[in-house]
Design a protein around this ligand. Structure first.
Ligand code: HEM
Length: 236
């Protein structure tokens, strides 16, 4: 009978053990969360090019499709990035759902007639905010990448599409609410990730909280300024 190679036998259980442990799932959430922060900083910085006009913004969107050329074929970098983000999002969401199920199971119910102790405000915000963000991301891609729900989608002219989108009050409302949720999520998530990864200490505690808040304000504000600029006629 063929024997399983030694490497498979030794690495698979270790990965499995890691994923099954609570700290393993939290570490996966922390690392994938930090990856999203890197993506969001880059996306936000790119969006700010809208202030330099249609030519610059549309040229930038075109340039995104040429990253890695000629080593990579046209737009491959974007597809690799999409694959990595989808995988990371899948892991982030599955770990979150499993951790919250584990948390509910572990909570002692002292008396049958008493209501279960309620999760903290931060936990509720993370769970509901996370679910809202997941719905927003799907809607956002259908809106500005696929053009399915956009008000006036023109392929290869993202400046036109974005400006047309933010002429509509309820589209602005959707974006602004989602961005506030994103800010709250980053603010608490950054601190949680720092704790999981062992960066938190008595001396650094406050600095980490401040860093999380600054990051949340910069990302949220940097994204929000685009719909606000279109709404007020600054861009358009
Ligand atoms: C005012 C806020 C935002 C604006 C104006 C905006 C704009 C855009 C535009 C124009 C695209 C299409 C890019 C292209 O095809 O070249 C895009 C794609 C995308 N955006 Fe945003 N975005 C915003 C906020 C966000 C937020 C908050 C997230 C995540 C939480 C996000 C995640 C994505 C993703 C994942 C894509 C798809 C990238 C791809 O095609 O691979 N965006 N965004």
């Amino acid at each position: 009978m063929a024997r399983e190679p030694a490497t498979t036998r030794s690495t698979r259980p270790a990965l499995r053990l890691f994923w099954d442990s609570t700290i393993g799932k939290k570490a996966v959430m922390a690392v994938t969360g930090l990856l999203f922060v890197v993506f969001l900083l880059a996306h936000m910085a790119g969006n700010l090019k809208i202030f330099f006009g249609a030519g610059t913004f549309d040229h930038y969107a075109g340039w995104l499709r040429t990253i890695g050329e000629p080593v990579l074929p046209h737009a491959w970098f974007l597809w690799i990035q999409r694959a990595v983000l989808i995988l990371a999002l899948g892991l982030h969401v599955v770990a979150a759902v499993q951790l919250s199920a584990r948390d509910r199971k572990a909570r002692p119910v002292r008396y049958a007639h008493r209501p279960r102790p309620r999760a903290s405000f931060a936990t509720h915000t993370m769970r509901w905010g996370g679910a809202t963000l997941a719905v927003f991301i799907v809607w956002h891609i259908l809106d500005l990448t696929a053009g399915v729900v956009s008000q006036d989608f023109v392929a290869d002219r993202p400046f036109h599409t974005v400006v047309a989108d933010f002429q509509v009050w309820w589209v602005n409302l959707v974006y602004l609410v989602a961005l506030l949720m994103l800010g709250l999520h980053i603010n608490h998530g950054f601190w949680s990730a720092a704790q999981t990864l062992g960066l938190e200490s008595a001396s650094r505690g406050r600095a980490i909280k401040v860093a999380g808040t600054v990051l949340a304000v910069v990302i949220t504000g940097g994204f929000m300024i685009v719909p606000i600029a279109v709404m007020t006629g600054w861009v358009g």
